[in-house]
Write a protein that binds this ligand. Structure first.
Ligand code: ZN
Length: 362
């Protein structure tokens, strides 16, 4: 299968993997935003990104958007990129800083210099910040910087209690809703917001595991499919959920179907044929991610002329891999990261015989 593409992962948090297994979003905010996130040093960001990057390629995720909102200084940002550049995967840095207003940190000469100096070490560069819904739209200067540097904005949107319809409306009404804009979660929005996203061609990054557990809102795939909004999948943070897209695909298919059945039963009806199929979810985890980051031309599918980012899904020691009757269904509902026998990035073997090869991998 094509290498999987994660469009939203807070890789700097990988050193706290699993710690928030029982957290709600409120507890996550208190821990990372209010109390301890600001204590992270550049070397902590480096360690998290390194762990996260190695984990990604090991599980067949060959491209990750590192939604890096812990970059309190340029030293933190350099540490993030140093770690990503040392691992043979594709990494897009979505530069962010939760400890300061986006208009402040995007407006500094140091930020511009960093972009000029380090963008070449990455597969791509985005600007990551959230829109509060304040009618004064204080995020406007940050959108202007993104436009000036010709960069996409990625933003948590439709997160219960944090950012909602006002944010989507302000982005749209002020002319910053673009096809390359990535809305993360988009799970508690009105029909009006989905219509605005659809009309401007933006895409949504769905983090089902995190949303189900932490409470950003019920996954929006039913609304996104109804509005024809492109979907990609993401992990969010391995402090809250798993770090592999096999699990993301599985939970997304299950959650979408559960919602379809639930709504039908409320009407006294029966769903005889599920409307979301496994092949669609595999598409979201691969080509959907490529589309979201503007790389559909060379990533996301196995085609002549595209990069050879590949995952060999095979495990001769696993009874779960026989028989193989429905390949897409097998990838989504049977396989796990242990079945990623080999992984290639741009034709380079980074994992073979179920073991990572090269540096950082023993
Ligand atoms: Zn997030």
């Amino acid at each position: 299968m094509p290498g999987m593409i994660d469009t939203h992962r807070h890789m700097w948090q990988s050193t706290t993997r699993g710690y928030g297994a029982d957290w709600t979003l409120t507890q996550y905010f208190v821990w990372f935003y209010l109390n301890w996130g600001k204590k992270f040093r550049p070397e902590d960001i480096h360690a998290g990104n390194l762990f996260g990057a190695v984990e990604a390629i090991d599980s067949g995720v060959t491209t990750v958007v590192d939604w890096s909102h812990g970059l309190q200084t340029i030293d933190h940002a350099d540490a993030a990129v140093d770690a990503l550049a040392s691992v043979p995967g594709r990494f897009v840095l979505a530069y962010g800083n939760i400890q300061d207003a986006p208009a402040n940190w995007t407006g500094t000469p140091e930020f511009r210099k960093f972009f000029d100096r380090r963008a070449g070490d990455l597969e791509g560069f985005q600007i990551a910040f959230d829109v509060t819904g304040d009618p004064a739209f204080p995020e406007q200067p940050a959108f202007e910087v993104a436009r000036e540097l010709d960069l996409a904005v990625t933003t948590h949107a439709g997160v219960w209690g944090a950012t909602g319809d006002d944010a989507v409306r302000l982005v749209h009404e002020n002319g910053y809703a673009e096809p390359r804009t990535v809305y993360v979660h988009a799970s508690t929005l009105s029909e009006d917001s989905y219509a605005r996203i659809a009309a401007t061609g933006g895409s949504v990054s769905v983090s089902t595991e995190s949303e189900q557990s932490a409470g950003q809102g019920y996954l929006a795939t039913a609304a996104l499919r109804a509005h024809g909004i492109p979907v990609s999948l993401s992990i969010d943070s391995c402090v809250l959920s798993s770090g592999d897209l096999f699990t993301a695909m599985r939970t997304t298919l299950g959650a979408d179907r559960a919602y379809e059945h639930l709504r039908a039963h409320a009407r006294g009806e029966t769903v005889t044929h599920a409307s979301l199929h496994a092949d669609q979810v595999v598409e979201w985890a691969t080509r959907g991610g490529a589309r979201a980051i503007g790389r559909e031309g060379d990533l996301g599918s196995i085609e002549i002329g595209k990069k050879a980012d590949l995952v060999l899904v095979r495990n001769e020691n696993s009874p779960a891999m026989t028989p193989l009757l429905n390949p897409h269904g097998h990838v989504v509902l049977q396989a796990q990261r242990a079945e990623a026998e080999a992984v290639l990035v741009g034709g380079r073997i980074v994992k073979r015989d179920h073991r990572l090869v090269g540096g950082h991998t023993r």
